[in-house]
Design a protein around this ligand. Structure first.
Ligand SMILES: [Zn+2]
Length: 395
């Protein structure tokens, strides 16, 4: 039994939006065909029609299920240097509470039309939920340490955790946390590890101005915070360059690299990164940036520079919800020049490509099972989302 599903617009993503388009799927949700009816919509028998636009299931390129229990715990607008302190203080919560929060967060994402996600993990606690979830996860096993003497030990810990996920048939890869939290020794070992395969990798980047300042002058809020924690910078030396440029040679050239946040990334950073890395996916989590730093990346710059961009929600520690739609509403409100079809592409196909899941997700293409979301509350005249736009999962 097949279904024909239609709406005011269908966004196949791999092609232009189709007015009154029809998607035919089988009982598995596999796309059989996408029909452009022209003016003959009324002649199509047995079509389910919805008010709004139909888009493929969303791909959340960056989240941290592990931090789901921190919802409403951390004050807003305190800056990244304070935020990292809050997170480490709250992490020692009862495991059962964290497990429950992870389950709830996973359901919230499903309800908000997310079908695949890149999830940062420092522990094995999310495995149980990921195994039974409808969401397809790629787990980024994140490691960090500024102590060069601990480099081998940290990588070994990462490999052990990686094997836990692989044992349960979950996709995973080992990745660096951020430019400022990895010693050169650990970065060198990591690069070898990352180059061994073609798996996607991820790194937080330029989330605060003091991250660049640390690398340029070895000073600033982030530096002061780490010093106060007793972290030694004996192995560290200022490079005189922004943080991304300082560590770019430690990232593997061929892997998909999800570079996350980019709140203080310049045009020069973008150009330089592109000369070194072949498959960059700039990942934006605007609501988390507003929560933590009350500032947004220059997302319009990345659009003008024709970069591959993705959307993430980050965690409930720095967001009020886990909704890709809410993220692109925020982008559209601040950068109205970025067209809706482009934002939908970032939220679907680009995320799927970044996570190597484009064979199944990201677009209404023959043979894929991407899921179907209905976005309603659209301003059709300007083809824009409104504050009233909501998402509903159709399949
Ligand atoms: Zn993050």
């Amino acid at each position: 039994m097949t279904r024909k599903i239609s709406a005011h617009y269908v966004f196949p993503v791999n092609t232009q939006p189709i007015r009154n388009g029809i998607i035919e799927i089988n009982e598995m949700g596999e796309v059989l065909q996408v029909i452009n009816p022209g003016k003959k919509i009324k002649e199509q028998a047995g079509v389910e029609f919805y008010n709004g636009i139909l888009v493929p299931g969303f791909v959340n390129a960056h989240c941290h299920l592990e931090l789901s229990n921190l919802k409403d715990k951390i004050p807003q607008h305190t800056g990244l240097h304070n935020f990292v302190g809050f997170v480490s203080r709250f992490r020692n919560t009862d495991e059962e509470i964290i497990r429950k929060a992870i389950e709830k967060a996973d359901f919230e994402m499903q309800k908000n039309g997310i079908v695949a996600a890149g999830d940062i993990s420092n522990q094995a606690i999310s495995i149980e939920q990921k195994k039974k979830s409808k969401i397809k996860y790629h787990t980024f096993i994140e490691i960090f340490s500024l102590n060069p003497n601990l480099a081998e030990e940290k990588l070994l810990e990462g490999k052990k955790l990686l094997n836990e996920f692989l044992k349960h048939n979950l996709d995973a890869s080992i990745v660096p946390h951020a430019p400022y939290s990895i010693s050169r020794e650990l970065f060198a070992l990591l690069k070898k590890q990352m180059k061994k395969n073609s798996l996607p990798i991820s790194m937080h980047n330029q989330e605060t101005a003091s991250e660049n300042e640390l690398f340029i002058k070895q000073s600033g809020d982030l530096y002061e915070t780490f010093l106060s924690w007793g972290i030694k910078f004996s192995d560290f030396y200022p490079t005189g360059k922004n943080s991304l440029a300082s560590v770019i040679d430690y990232l593997p050239e061929e892997n998909n690299c999800l570079i996350v946040h980019n709140t203080f990334t310049s045009k020069q950073d973008i150009e330089q990164a592109n000369t070194k890395l072949k498959n960059i996916y700039w990942t934006f989590c605007p609501n988390a940036n507003l929560y933590i730093e009350n500032r947004l990346p220059d997302i319009s710059l990345f659009y003008r520079e024709n970069q591959n961009c993705c959307i993430g929600t980050d965690s409930l520690a720095s967001n009020h919800q886990l909704s890709v739609l809410e993220e692109i509403k925020t982008i559209q409100n601040h950068y109205p020049e970025i067209p809706l079809p482009e934002l939908v592409k970032w939220s679907t196909l680009n995320g799927a490509k970044a996570l190597n899941l484009q064979g199944k997700f990201g677009s209404f293409e023959l043979g894929k099972t991407p899921g179907i979301n209905l976005i309603s509350g659209i301003d059709y005249k300007n083809m824009r989302l409104t504050d009233k736009s909501t998402v509903k999962v159709i399949i």
